[in-house]
Design a protein around this ligand. Sequence first.
Ligand SMILES: NC(=O)c1ccc[n+]([C@@H]2O[C@H](COP(=O)([O-])OP(=O)(O)OC[C@H]3O[C@@H](n4cnc5c(N)ncnc54)[C@H](OP(=O)(O)O)[C@@H]3O)[C@@H](O)[C@H]2O)c1
Length: 320
Amino acid sequence: MKAATRPKYCSPNALFITELPIPTPKENEILVKVKATTVNRSDCGVLTGKPWLIRCFIGLFKPMRIVTGTDFSGMIVKKGKQVKNFNLGDDVYGFFDEGLCSHAEYVCVSIKTAILKKPSGLNYEQAAASLEGAHYAFNFLNKVDLKPGAKVLVNGGTGAIGNAAIQFLKYNGAIVTATCETDYIPALKSLGTDIVIDYTKEDFTKLNEQFDFVFDAVGKSSFSKCKPILNPNGIYISSELGANWQNPLLAIISPLMKGKKVKFPLPISIPRSMAFINDIIEKGKFSPLIDRTYRIEQIREAFEYVMSGQKKGNVIIVFD
Ligand SMILES: NC(=O)c1ccc[n+]([C@@H]2O[C@H](COP(=O)([O-])OP(=O)(O)OC[C@H]3O[C@@H](n4cnc5c(N)ncnc54)[C@H](OP(=O)(O)O)[C@@H]3O)[C@@H](O)[C@H]2O)c1
């Protein structure tokens, strides 16, 4: 089978398409013929081993898994004896941020991993695109007490996290303002965004209104810049550590003080995120933004594009 491999942490130009034997599932594993996977920002961390902190989970000196890939959708073609809740021919999708070796034609996955049957309303590409960004977006929402009518600003509405956050917020009855560049204003409107700010023309931190929450889905702003647009008990959450890695520290210190606060969206449970994502898909309230589709042979290009920070939603990899 074709698989994207690298023996050590590297940039995309040292990633190779290699022929590997199809793996055999252990007793508690399924073998999935991968139909679609994505290249996402977690994959970039898994490929490069940066930021360094990530190596505590994926291999200190070299990657524990030589095949890249953190998510997939596909069909079960073999299963181990202990697997009872999945059948051959089932369409499934799954995600594990530390790596699943899913940039390959076949992948063996333990049933203890976050895998679910694919909702029938989504094709394989849409299913693979519903995982990584949506998981992090859900981990913004579950850090706050979101009430219907809450005013929320999403910075970076065209990102994988941003577009999922907008849809989840609208599902929860929030009033959403989001930023993007000029060409994507209609796309954000179609997701239900109430007010779209063109960030190339207007600085959202200078808006003359206040929000209950600012979700900085691209980590390009900061708590200090957003303070003027937060209401007196408003909360700032960023997907990034901050220019000086200040966001986790502020998340510890700011709850000790009165007023505006920072929370850090440490993603806790992928199965919990997936249960939410699956439910909202089944209700027809979430459809991930998809940018480009590449073939597995073009995976270097896909990584380079994702690392440019300009992808709109999700970048898909297909095999056939
Ligand atoms: N904390 C975690 O565990 C975790 C996990 C995954 C990702 N992340 C981080 O979260 C961030 C977002 O990830 P993602 O996958 O959602 O990113 P992404 O899909 O690569 O999003 C980038 C998007 O943001 C837009 N953008 C860039 N600068 C902007 C700005 N100043 N204002 C508004 N929009 C802007 C880009 O559009 P234009 O090209 O039009 O500007 C692009 O569509 C990344 O920095 C990533 O490293 C964190």
